[in-house]
Design a binder for this molecule. Sequence first.
Ligand code: FES
Length: 318
Amino acid sequence: MAAVRVTTVKTVVDRIEDGGEGIKLFTLIDPERWELPPFKPGAHIDLHLANGLIRTYSLCNDPADKTRYMLAVKREADGRGGSIHLHDEVRQGDVIGVSLPRGGMSLPAHLSRFAFVAGGIGVTPFLSAAALLKRTGRNGFTLHMITRGPPPLADLLAPMIESGHVVIHDTAVVGRPDLAALIGPAATDAGIGCCGPESMIGDFEQAACAWSAEQVHVERFVAPPLPADPQARPYTLVLARSGRDIAVGASESMLQALTALGIDVPTSCCGGICGACKVGWLEGEPVHRDRALSPAERSRSLLVCVAGSASERLVLDL
Ligand code: FES
C-alpha cells in the first residue's frame, strides 16, 4: 500500500508518573538527550504507537523546557484503544515515534489578561500556557478547572492553586459555574480559552460570542459529529505527484476514496480536529469542514478525513 510520508521524531519514555485517578503522566525525551522540536503552549503531538494506532495528545510542560514532551493520558475504557495501550502496555524505556508539534496558542504580548476554562483532563493544553505566562511574569491569568470531585494532576496544579492562578470548581459541591461570569465581558486586552467535553465547549462558545475570534482559543479532544452535507457532489481527485485520478462519490469521504486506492493516510481523530491527516492541495476549491486549520493553512492544505470539494476537480499534492 502506498503511504503519505510522515515525519516522526524518535523519543524514549523517560518517566511514567501517576496523575490521579485513571491518569498517567508520560515524559518523552530524545534518546541521546538532544533538544526536541519546539512547540507553542497548548500544542499537540501524534504518538505513533506500537500497535499501529496514531493518537494525539496535548503537551503540558513549559515550551521553554526543550528537552521533554510531557503528556497526561486518561485511560478511557470505552475509547478507541490508544489510552488503554499507553496505560497497559507502554513502559519506561520504550521507544515511541511522535509527529512534529502542531497547533497551540499565540498568547500575543498586547493581551495582558487571560481566562481559561477547562473540564477535567481538558486542563492539559492550558498547563503549558500557564507555565509560560508565569515564567515570563505575565501573571494576569486564571485557569478555571471544572471537575466533579478532586481535580486530576493535583501535584502539578498545587503550586498554581496556592498562587491563586488555578481555581477549582467542583460541580459536586458548587454546581456548574456560569461560564459567562468566569470569562467576563469582551475586552481588547484579554484572551480566553476552553477545553473540555463538547457540551462545555458549546456553552463556552455561546458565552464568548461577543469576543473576536483572534482572542478565543478552543481545543477539542473529541471530534464533534460531522453532519451530512446536502450540497456534496461527486468530484475527481487528482494526485499530482503520481498522476492518478480518483472518482469520489457524493456520499464518500476523501479519506475513504484514498484508502480504497491503497493510499495509507495517517489518521488519529478522523473528525477534523487533530490535523494528523493534513495534505497539501494545489488546484480546485476544497470544502474544508475541519476545526483545526487556520485560514492561512487552509489556503494550501486540507484535512482529508472531513474535507470535500466544491469544484469538479481537486488536485492534491500527493
Ligand atoms: S485524522 Fe484528525 S484531522 Fe483528520
